[in-house]
Design a protein around this ligand. Structure first.
Ligand code: C2E
Ligand code: CA
Ligand code: CA
Ligand code: CA
Length: 254
């Protein structure tokens, strides 16, 4: 079963069935596009569009995650190059990959191939990436920063010992988990937590991003609390490159 699935996954990878989808990140005050998060999708020949929760854990177990991520990332770089307007891309790096000290060089080589400026690349990690081996993680993070990349702490508030990690790594951004954002308008506690996290982020000089913004009321409250950036269905669902191209109003070369 496991061997079969591994084979399925690696042949899907070889056939180029894993593609990047792009979800906008928006300035909460001006409404302007700040960048996009790259989210992997499996365009399955019979099942249709398969979501990451159905293939990321398994590709981590089987060691295919590195190759999958690099395939998706290189397609995302290619799309940006085609669009001629390289905006900031945020990419998810799994905890498994964040143990590999060659990660920074590999990403930077990939970006170079597509002439994507590393200063416009943001690496999103969750705290589980930091739990196992903080020393390796610090080394990798330092290399990423030295190469010009930005570092973002994803799903903030859901992990373990968040505050210690904020101190241990040179983060540029903090993403407030959507569980807080989705309940902040109906639960006073959630709102208070978001307010405190935004305050913490600001005092540390980090950009704060509210995830999972679905309603205008949530966007209003985030803005009111001083959160700078929003991401969620209110601004756009993850979309394939054709939809991104249309959204940006870029003319395709004939
Ligand atoms: P994440 O990094 O926290 O990504 C945000 C997730 O929230 C995405 O789910 C996105 O589609 C969803 N989302 C965005 N806005 C809203 C909203 O307004 N409401 C709701 N209900 N959901 C919203 P998705 O695309 O299914 O990805 C799930 C997770 O899979 C990601 O969570 C990330 O941890 C992982 N993932 C996705 N792509 C990659 C990848 O290329 N590499 C790695 N290592 N992990 C990935
Ligand atoms: Ca993310
Ligand atoms: Ca997240
Ligand atoms: Ca997540």
């Amino acid at each position: 079963m496991t061997r079969r699935r591994r084979l399925d996954l690696s042949s899907a990878l070889a056939r180029g069935e894993f593609v990047p989808y792009f979800q906008p990140l928006v300035d909460l005050r001006t409404g302007q596009l700040r960048g996009c998060e790259v989210l992997a999708r499996w365009v399955h020949p019979t099942k249709g569009l398969v979501l990451p929760d159905d293939f990321i854990p398994f590709s981590e177990e089987t060691g295919l995650i590195g190759a999958l991520c690099e395939s998706v990332l290189s397609q995302a770089f290619k799309t940006c190059a085609e669009l001629g307007a390289p905006f900031t891309l945020s990419v998810n790096i799994s905890p498994i990959q964040f143990r590999d000290c060659s990660l920074p060089e590999r990403i930077s080589r990939l970006a170079e191939e597509h002439q994507f400026p590393l200063g416009q690349l943001k690496i999103e990690i969750t705290e589980s990436a930091l739990l196992e081996n903080l020393v390796d993680a610090q080394c990798i993070a330092a290399k990423l920063k030295l190469l010009g990349m930005k570092l973002s702490l994803d799903d903030f508030g859901t992990g373990y010992s968040s505050l210690a990690h904020l101190q241990a790594l040179p983060f540029d951004e903090l993403k407030i988990d959507k569980s807080f954002v989705s309940s902040m308008c109906c639960r006073r506690e959630s709102m208070k937590i978001v307010a405190a996290v935004v305050g913490l982020g600001r005092s540390l000089g980090l950009t704060t991003v509210g995830e999972g913004v679905e309603e205008v009321a949530q966007a209003d409250m985030l803005r009111h609390l001083g959160c700078e950036v929003g991401q969620g269905w209110l601004y756009g669902r993850p979309m394939p490159k054709e939809a991104l191209t249309a959204m940006l109003g870029v003319e395709r070369p004939a």
